[in-house]
Design a protein around this ligand. Structure first.
Ligand code: ADP
Ligand code: MG
Length: 250
């Protein structure tokens, strides 16, 4: 039995979700084990971001089960429970949304101080460690507007890690970046994955997904069309749609 089957940190079972009359997720099954890296690939509009939003309790499915760290996310009725859940799930978006009026280090320490009640000195010590991990130690006192897109995105990753999350969700975090800064952000994610951070990535970086993932999931039209180890999806897929997509032809 695979690790995911015995010890999933995230589990979606037959998740159906509609926005009004439009069914956007049509029965999603997904398991992610602790320490695993799962990439979700597929065409625009296929439901990738919605899957992440379900895991983070930003949307609630009409049916199916979602379990994160043993808690039934789909059954959470109180906003307090959802907020608690989100504190343990880092999320990084295409738009980094740093606070423009706060320095880099204050962006990173804000939530640990305000939400977790961590001492400022302890929060700053941790933030400095995180800045070193994302290779931005020298930028602690800068403002977001003084940084490149790739640097801002690395600050956003450090900010997510400051809450000591159990898992991190990355939603197309390099899609808005200049091509020359994409690599530095991917390098930071690669380090995290190697350190064993449980990660779910939505990405269009096919070579990167192939390199770092334990499991790759291909979504289309609200369904998981296929999933498996990277070579299964990228080299051996019998599905012509997947072959075209991963070869950049559609
Ligand atoms: P992806 O991330 O794969 O591009 P999304 O999960 O963002 O896809 O969206 C899947 C589908 O759901 C799309 O057709 C999108 O237009 C629709 N959708 C997403 N969010 C909403 C919403 N809040 N209200 C209505 N439709 C939505
Ligand atoms: Mg999306």
């Amino acid at each position: 039995m695979s690790q995911a089957a015995t010890n999933p940190i995230v589990e979606l079972a037959d998740v159906h979700l509609s926005f009004g009359p439009t069914e956007v997720l049509k029965g999603i099954d997904l398991q992610v084990a602790r320490g695993e890296t799962v990439s979700i690939i597929g065409p625009s509009g296929s439901g990738k971001s919605t899957i992440l939003r379900c895991i983070n309790a930003l949307v609630t499915p009409q049916s199916g089960r979602i379990t994160v760290n043993g808690a039934r996310v789909d059954q959470m009725t109180s906003e307090t429970d959802r907020i608690k859940l989100r504190q343990k799930i880092g999320i990084v978006f295409q738009q980094y949304n740093l606070f423009p009026h706060l320095t880099v280090i204050d962006n990173i320490t804000l939530a640990p101080i305000r939400i977790l009640g961590v001492d400022r000195s302890e929060a700053e010590r941790h933030a400095k460690d995180l800045l070193a991990r994302v290779r931005l130690s020298e930028k602690a006192q800068m403002y977001p507007g003084q940084l490149s897109g790739g640097q801002q995105q690395r600050v956003a990753i450090a900010r997510a890690l400051a809450m000591k999350p159990d898992l991190v969700l990355f939603d197309e975090v390099t899609s808005a970046l200049d091509p020359e800064t994409v690599g530095e952000v991917l390098a930071v994610i690669r380090d995290l994955v190697k350190e064993g951070m449980t990660s779910i990535l939505v990405t269009h970086e096919m070579r990167f997904a192939e390199e770092i993932s334990d499991v790759v999931v291909f979504t289309e039209n609200g369904l998981i069309v296929d999933k498996g180890p990277p070579e299964h999806i990228f080299q051996k897929s019998a599905n012509p749609r997947i072959r075209r997509f991963v070869n950049g032809l559609a």
